[in-house]
Structure formats: C-alpha cells, structure tokens
Design a protein around this ligand. Structure first.
Ligand code: ATP
Ligand code: MG
Length: 507
C-alpha cells in the first residue's frame, strides 16, 4: 500500500516541535508531525507515551508550552473551537457522549444549528442523518445514547466528528471497544474517508491494524518521537521494539495448567434483562471465560451474577472454607469476597480525584480509617509494589489517578484487586487499551491469582487473550450460553462460530 497522499499538495496539518508539560513533567517533548490529505497516519507508543496529549494539542484542547500547529496554512492560536472551525476533529479515547441525550442531539452537541437563537431541530436531524450516512451506520436518531451498545456509541462518536466536515480526523484508540467484525467495518470506513481526501490520524495499540490501513507511522516513547516511517518499509516487530525501546519478552503468553478444586461461585437459572437462563460454576483455581460478540450479553450476565444489576430470577452462591453464602446484592457479593473490574472503568472503577494509593486501597477502606502510622506505611509499600507490578508509568502512587493516561488508569484498577486475593475475581475486558508489555504482565497476574486459589470469571473480546487465560470458555449469544469449550478444544474459530451462530468456513 502506498500513500495516496500526493506530494504536489502540502500537509493539511503540521505541528512543529510541540512541548507540553503538566506541572514539572513533560508529556510531549519536542514532537513534530505532518499529515497530508488522503493519508492515514498512525501514532503508536506505550501507555503514557504522550499520544493523547499530542492529539489534544493538535485539536486545540490543550495549549502547548511551545511549538506551533498549522492547519491548512493557518497557525492555530489556541482553543478547541478554532481548531474545529479550521477542520480538525478529535474522537477522544474516552467516550464523551451524554447518555441521557439522543443520538441526534449528541452528534450536534455544541454545534447545533440555530434559527434566531432557537435550536433548529429538523436541520439538526438532517446534519446528524447525513453524518451517519457518510459513515454508513444506521441507528435511530431519537434513541437515547444510554440505550445503545458500546460499539454503536463509538460510531455515534465518530459521526459527531464527521458531521463537522473535518479536513483532519483524529481517532484516539477507536477500536478498543469493538469486535473484529466491527473493527473491520471501521477500518474500511476510514480508508473510504481517506480516499476522499480526508487526512486521518490513527492511534491504536493494535499493530496489525496499523499495518492494514496506515501509510505512515509515528512512534512515540516517553513523550519523544523516536521515528516516523512509511508502514511499507517497517515490520510489526520493528515497530513494537521501537515503542518499548527494548526487545519484548516472548516467553509469556502460554496457557497454564490449572488444578481447580472446589466450586466457589455457582449461578443457577439466572434471568435478567438480556440474560436468558444462565447456569455457570467457577472453581477455586479456575479461570472461566465468557466469549461472544460485543452486545451478546456477557457484561449483563456477570453483573446479574454478582448482584450489580437486579435479577428476575435465579440463585447465586459463593462457598469459601465450607461456608456457603447466598448472593442477593452487590453488597453481599463484596462481603462474600468478590472483586469486580467493570467494563466502564472510568465510571465505575476509579476515583479520578483520589491518588493512586487511595484507589488501590479502596477495597480495604475500613482498615485504613483506623490505621496507625506503621500500618499506613505498610499500606503505602503495598500500593507501591502493586503499582510497579502492573507496570504503572510513572509508578507514583501519590499522583491523582485522573492525571494518568487511559491505559495507565486501567492498570490502577487492576492493581486495586490483584493485590488482595479475592475468593472470586470478575474481570470485564481487563486489558482494553493497555499496551502490549503491560498486557502480558496483567495476564501473568491474573494467572497468578488463579494459581493462588481465586475463582476467576473473565469477559474478553480479545480472542487470543480469552484462549490464553481460560480453562473453560462459555460462548454467549443473545444472553444465553450457546456452548462451552474446554481449553484443549478452544480455537478462535470454535469460539467465533458459536458466537456468531454461523458455521464458519473450515470450522
Ligand atoms: N491532565 C494531566 N495532568 C497531569 N499529567 C497528565 C495529564 N494528562 C496526561 N498526563 C501525563 O502525560 C503523559 C502522557 O499521557 P497521554 O495520555 O498522552 O498518554 P498516551 O500515550 O495517550 O497513553 P495511553 O496509551 O495510556 O492512552 C503521562 O505521563 C500522563 O500521566
Ligand atoms: Mg491515550
């Protein structure tokens, strides 16, 4: 694939020697980038490398400390509004839609057309409709965002950026929440948009995507640009090595031999909205995976099991040391020893204004409130060790969680539970948005938890991850377990064919 970017026209966006500091820390350190019309330009790097910060500078969300951004020959003076007007649209790493508002309202958020100061609803719907058409996604304009799947929300988010008719479209990890099929769709859509001359800046931790659609790749490490090359002249291994600045250990990533013992978690006849008569068991020392497509009901199943959402019927018990407790609410699940890492971590899993140490110690807040000096010191050491184990960068436990990059925030939530050996650990998409090195580390920690006797229930759309970790995989479709596969027989094809309900060729 060669860049369709023609050398006869200049770059549509160029940033020169951007420096952005937060307090004393340099997030982006003298980085330049230029992107041409029709080009898809990847920006990759480990968690905390500075990708999102650089994009926020390009989109005028952050003001750089030095350096300049030029869009179509015009130098940006500052502010997101000016940047949008000049044709730069950013799809943020975290979903930023308003759940209580409709699809149309969200697409036009902040830029709704007005007639004499009143919002012009029919005009608004037209713009929203044509933006959705442009990206080829069909969704009811009057539907509330809260009722849409995560994947659809992601597409609405993109429609919102496209509605502004950008010359430069920046997407910060848009595929993190998507299934392989949805990802394919998105990648093809981006190629179409680029084919029409849009410049696209594409951030992803998934290197194969970069090699599929991007023309050039900028690699960041510790806030600095380590290289910019044509994708056609690079290899995936080379890119990863430059991202991490060392050779990645390749001995990680195999399935471990489990020796499960007694049943700890037992769910029978679970019914809830999007959950249809689910039975499952997890033994001490066992990792049970829930596979399936996004929207299949996996999150709903685990939430109903641990009482985070109400059930219509069914019974859940947790047995520890011969003592069986009935789980009737989330509170009772926590008391019985359940640790839960939710899918929507930023909403449910992390207190952004609290420090890393406070977040890591949230599960034993009670002990903390009565802790003496010695104990506090111990707790700090504990948090520090965990932060280092999950590869938090930088591992500064006194920093506010909100000051960390997206992937690092995930590591904080993981650290919170991994250190305390819960009887049951429930993880929903535990490594979404986490970089390659940290992902391997988190996998190791999850296996270690199981080896220490925790019953682990995991939801993952990342098939290699699901296959590597799970001793048994239950495949979910339409809120029901369609079939179960033991580790020996688990292949990507076997899972996908049950997940989609179609016999895949050769499966
Ligand atoms: N608002 C902020 N306040 C303080 N520091 C910040 C803030 N935003 C980002 N940082 C710091 O800037 C650095 C770069 O973060 P950034 O979010 O750009 O990383 P990233 O490459 O997007 O990572 P990820 O892959 O995890 O999304 C990190 O060290 C981060 O802690
Ligand atoms: Mg980021």
């Amino acid at each position: 694939m060669t860049p369709s970017a023609s050398s006869s026209t200049g770059p549509v966006i160029e940033a020169h020697s951007i420096v952005k500091k937060f307090g004393g820390a340099i997030a982006v350190d003298d980085v330049s980038i230029e992107v041409y019309p029709g080009e898809i330009h990847a920006v990759v790097g480990e968690n905390g490398a500075g990708k999102s910060t650089l994009m926020r500078v390009l989109a005028g969300v952050h003001q750089q400390d030095s350096g300049s951004v030029i869009v179509d020959g015009v130098k940006l003076e500052g502010g997101a509004k000016e940047s949008i007007d000049l044709g730069v649209s950013l799809v943020h790493q975290e979903l930023s839609l308003v759940p209580e508002m409709t699809v149309a309202e969200n697409i036009l958020l902040g830029s709704a057309p007005t007639t004499l100061g009143f919002t012009n609803f029919s005009e608004m719907k037209n713009i929203a409709r044509s933006a959705l058409e442009e990206i080829g996604v069909s969704v009811d304009l009057d539907e509330r965002i809260s009722r849409l799947s995560v994947a659809l929300r992601q597409f609405v988010e993109i429609a919102r950026a496209v509605a502004r008719k950008p010359k430069v479209l920046i997407l910060d990890e848009p595929t993190a929440t998507l299934t392989p099929a949805e990802t394919d769709y998105l990648l093809e859509m981006l190629q179409r948009l680029a084919g029409r001359g849009m410049a696209i800046v594409y951030i992803s931790h998934r290197i194969p995507e970069v090699f599929r659609i991007c023309h050039n790749v900028t690699i960041l490490r510790d806030g600095k640009r380590v290289s910019v090359t044509a994708v056609a002249e690079s290899t995936p291994e080379g890119v990863v090595d430059q991202m991490v600045g060392r050779e990645l250990k390749k001995d990680l990533g195999s399935h471990r031999d489990a020796t499960p013992s007694d049943v700890v978690l037992k769910a029978e006849g679970i019914r809830a909205p999007s959950v249809d008569d689910v039975d499952l068991e997890v033994r001490a020392g066992e990792i049970v995976g829930l596979g399936g497509l996004v929207g299949a009901g996996r999150t709903e199943i685990v939430r109903a099991i641990i009482g985070a959402d109400a059930r219509k019927s069914g019974r859940v018990t947790i047995t520890v040391d011969g003592k069986t407790r009935i789980i009737s609410s989330y509170q009772s699940a926590i008391r019985a020893g359940v640790g839960y890492i939710p899918e929507e971590r930023r909403v449910d899993g992390l207190a952004l204004t609290m420090t890393v140490a406070e977040n890591i110690n949230l599960p034993n807040r009670k002990e903390l409130s009565t802790a003496g000096f010695q104990q506090i010191k111990k707790i700090r050491t504990f948090a520090q060790r965990l932060a280092e184990q999950v590869g938090l960068r930088p591992p500064e436990i006194k920093r506010e969680a909100g000051q960390y990059s997206g992937g690092n925030q995930q590591k904080i939530v993981i650290a919170k539970w991994l250190g305390r050996r819960p009887a049951v650990m429930v993880l929903d998409e535990p490594t979404r948005g986490v970089d390659v090195g940290a992902k391997a580390e988190i996998h190791r920690l999850i296996k270690e938890l199981a080896d220490q006797g925790t019953a682990v229930l995991i939801v993952s759309s990342d098939l290699p991850e699901l296959l590597e970790l799970s001793d048994t995989i239950h495949v979910v479709r339409d809120g029901k377990i369609q079939g179960s596969i033991g580790h020996q027989d688990a292949t990507e094809k076997a899972v996908m064919s049950l997940a989609s309900g179609e016999k895949l060729v050769g499966a």
